[in-house]
Write a protein that binds this ligand. Structure first.
Ligand code: AQP
Length: 322
């Protein structure tokens, strides 16, 4: 049976990019293998440096993931920092990781270019991510396209360890990237991302969600004129949440003209609101049980630690740490 692993950072509220890029495929895969999903709170320290906020985001992301359909009876769901073994593996891996490889990481270059301090944590992020994946002998890693390069680095690092210490020591994982949702665009048409300030959060209040969606950037094509379907953010998002018939109708109206962007945005808002209605209901149920999220995370951590201990013992022995 395949082992599936994925993580999500508690660095803010979850958005449509997180949901369609990673959470939805991860939720679908939990039925097809042995899944390990975690809240990447060590990773979030690279950007969240306020203890109360980190705790609040960690709880919030866990709650939202469960509300979206993560089933703790199928998937082992845990907090990354509850299995600190991962940091020891990251240290071991860092010794075979070439600095130029890390210097080439798009995400590091992008984040520092946008003003995030170039800390050692941000720089070595891909090594910790490799440890996350390799610690659980993962076969498949559902991610958005922005994580593809990090997965390649994980395979390179595992390959180097295996070359040095034994061919089968670490399992080489494969990414699972769904082409249709590989890059979900944000309000300005760029990749939806917290650090671009262009996100549509899944669990916004109705009024706030409407306001955000109506604020989506469009060109100045007048109401009566035909509109371009290619590269339309409205259509790209609508395809994720509306039925095929609704999408076809909107595409036709784009081509023929006569309907304005304002009307399309209202329809997009309504479709997003409806799509997430069952998740909102489940979230309200979870909120009513104060200890529910914590219980799931603790049980998950216990199970994850068993796997982590066994991999780490194997690696420690192979590299000569005992
Ligand atoms: N726009 C997106 N399209 C498709 N997939 C996406 N993911 C994120 N944004 C998109 C996927 O979500 C998973 C969790 O990612 P993360 O925890 O690393 O969050 P993130 O990538 O840090 O999210 P942001 O909003 O882009 O945060 P910043 O701005 O801090 O980098 C991953 O599998 C990711 O691919």
């Amino acid at each position: 049976m395949s082992r599936i692993l994925s993580g999500i950072q508690p660095s803010g509220a979850l958005h449509l990019g997180n949901y369609f890029g990673m959470m939805q495929p991860a939720i679908a895969l939990q039925e097809r293998g042995e899944a390990f999903y975690f809240i990447a709170d060590y990773h979030a320290l690279t950007s969240v440096q306020n203890a109360a906020r980190l705790r609040e985001f960690t709880h919030g992301v866990a709650l939202d993931f469960l509300a979206c359909g993560l089933n703790p009876a199928r998937a082992c769901f845990f907090r990354q920092s509850d299995v600190p073994q991962v940091t020891e593996l990251a240290w071991i891996l860092s010794n075979v990781t070439p600095v130029p490889m890390l210097q080439n990481a798009h995400s590091y270059k992008d984040k520092t270019a946008r003003g995030l301090p170039a800390s050692a944590g941000l720089f070595t992020y891909p090594v910790l991510m490799a440890a996350d994946i390799l610690l659980y002998d993962s076969d498949l890693v559902p991610v958005g396209r922005d994580q593809k390069q990090h997965l390649e680095m994980t395979r390179d690092i595992a390959g180097k360890i295996n070359e040095l210490y034994g061919a089968d020591l670490l399992k080489l994982p494969a990414p699972v990237i769904q082409e249709t949702t590989a890059v979900v665009p944000g309000l300005d048409g760029q990749k939806m991302s917290k650090s671009y300030g262009n996100t549509i959060e899944i669990f916004l209040e109705e009024k706030a969600l409407r306001k955000k969606v109506l604020g989506l950037k469009t060109d100045s094509t007048p109401l009566e004129a035909p509109k371009l379907t290619e590269d339309s953010t409205i259509l790209a998002l609508y395809r994720l949440v509306a039925s095929p018939a609704e999408v076809e109708k909107m595409e036709n109206e784009f081509r023929t003209g006569g309907v304005g962007y304002g009307e399309f945005k209202h329809r997009l808002f309504a479709a997003i609101w409806e799509y997430f209605a069952p998740m909102r209901a489940r979230r309200a149920e979870l909120l009513a049980d104060a200890g529910a999220v914590e219980r799931v995370l603790r049980a998950g951590a216990e199970r994850a630690r068993t796997v982590a201990d066994s991999t780490l013992a194997r690696v420690r022995k192979a590299v000569g740490l005992r």
